[in-house]
Design a protein around this ligand. Structure first.
Ligand SMILES: Cc1cc2nc3c(=O)[nH]c(=O)nc-3n(C[C@H](O)[C@H](O)[C@H](O)COP(=O)(O)OP(=O)(O)OC[C@H]3O[C@@H](n4cnc5c(N)ncnc54)[C@H](O)[C@@H]3O)c2cc1C
Length: 385
């Protein structure tokens, strides 16, 4: 990756180390994992042992305290090799932050260690069959029964639903009229009795996969609550600003890989007695996308840098989340065309195209991100929905 004001020498060295690991260990299985629809647990552990999973977790919680920009650098390098594999980094970073901020230490600490070491995967379950954009309107039933919460209902479109070991679940403890103020977040081990899962046949990101999680009288101790009762949505949802910047970086790293390969290819491939690079019709679209990728990457890094400084970054995160995946899709599409008929075969480019498309929907669509940006600029009361 190009150095810039956010990436000092240490982070550049980190990026190079992660890239060597990703090139050697993760890239070779990129196409195969799409077919088998499984990721490699041993490789995940190796990544954990090297400190490449949620390195931003503060030392007080067993982490390395390296900051969110460092986490972003790692996300980029893993995504460059395989976007789906870097989904594991994303889930680890997003969920670890929720666990250490809002969980009871005696409950969450063992899970935090396992996630960081690559020995456990934590999913996040917000979306329901009735809709995901209007997230505060969720209906999964959570009722208090003494020292337990009892959960009933379905979450759907949950990444890694059938591969995760635990999940953060948002359910309704208040009334539907309470909206965002009647939602409680819980940490639920996936082997809890009454919990079952399904797996969808996804267009991309197939080694992670998505599916439903069904809850039938699933009981979790009250100690597994994350944040306060009825405040789960308001408190915990702030964490999504973090994942949005990371998603932008992940997708743009895939776009960068596609661009690098395409620049190389067009100097080799001949047409009309010249390399393709002799034709401005080939180079100018690539030059334009290259410019936009460099710019969009800075927006993502800015979001992470602001987070590291403890400063507001919701608008930057929203920008990263809608722009990064959309731009990456357009870039890879253009790159694929430069490869002619070869780009249309099953292979690197078409899989990248399928993989990045998922992030135009997952974690919130462009419309929802633009509403968030509009609210930070024009004020929430002036931008109702
Ligand atoms: C690859 C992938 C991974 C995912 N992983 C997870 C996960 O791990 N956990 C999880 O909880 N969910 C996950 N999801 C679900 C995802 O968060 C939802 O799909 C998303 O929030 C949109 O919700 P929806 O699909 O119900 O669309 P809807 O809410 O039904 O929206 C449909 C369309 O209408 C538009 N729309 C809706 N409301 C408005 C509005 N007010 N203004 C303008 N346009 C609007 C939307 O932008 C969208 O284009 C994932 C989805 C995908 C594709």
């Amino acid at each position: 990756m190009n150095p810039n004001p956010y990436i000092n020498e240490d982070l550049q060295a980190l990026a190079e180390t992660v890239r060597r690991f990703a090139d050697e260990k993760i890239k070779p299985g990129f196409l195969e994992r799409d077919k088998t629809r499984e990721f490699d647990r041993a490789l995940l552990r190796e990544m954990g042992e090297l400190g490449f999973i949620c390195p931003e977790v503060p030392e007080a919680f067993g982490g390395l305290g390296m900051g969110c920009v460092a986490a972003g650098v790692i996300h980029e390098e893993i995504a460059r090799a395989d976007l789906s594999f870097s989904y594991l980094n994303l889930l680890a970073s997003l969920n670890s932050q929720i666990l250490y901020k809002y969980g009871k230490p005696e409950v969450v600490r063992p899970w935090l260690d396992k996630i960081r070491e690559g020995r456990a995967i934590c999913a996040i379950a917000l979306t329901e069959p009735r809709g995901g954009s209007d997230a505060a309107n969720l209906r999964l039933r959570v009722e208090r029964d003494g020292d337990f919460y009892v959960i009933n209902g379905e979450k759907t479109s949950i990444s890694a639903a059938d591969q995760a070991d635990i999940t953060v679940v948002f359910g309704r403890t208040g009334t539907p009229e309470d909206g965002a103020h009647g939602v409680t977040a819980l940490l639920v081990p996936m082997d809890t009795p009454g919990l079952t899962t399904s797996r969808f046949d996804c267009h991309g990101q197939r080694s992670i996969g998505r599916g439903s999680i069904f809850f039938e009288n699933v009981r979790v101790p009250v100690s597994h609550r994350l944040g306060d009762e009825n405040k789960g949505f308001v408190q915990v949802m702030h964490g999504f600003d973090y994942s949005r910047s990371l998603i932008g970086l992940q997708c743009l790293a895939v776009a960068r890989a596609a661009l690098d390969e395409t620049w190389e290819y067009i100097t080799q491939r001949q047409a009309f007695g010249q390399p393709l690079s002799a034709f401005q019709g080939v180079t100018h679209p690539l030059a334009q996308y290259d410019t936009e990728v460099e710019g969009a990457r800075l927006v993502c890094l800015q979001g992470l840098w602001l987070k590291d400084q403890g400063l507001p970054h919701s608008a930057e995160a929203g920008m990263a989340k809608w722009w990064g995946p959309k731009l990456a899709y357009d870039v890879i599409h253009q790159c694929l065309l430069c490869f002619g008929h070869g780009g249309y075969d099953r292979g690197l480019m078409e899989q990248r195209l399928r993989d990045v498309l998922g992030f135009q929907i997952g974690d919130g669509t462009a419309q929802i991100m633009k509403t968030i940006i509009a609210r930070t600029r024009a004020g929430r009361k002036n931008v109702p929905a």
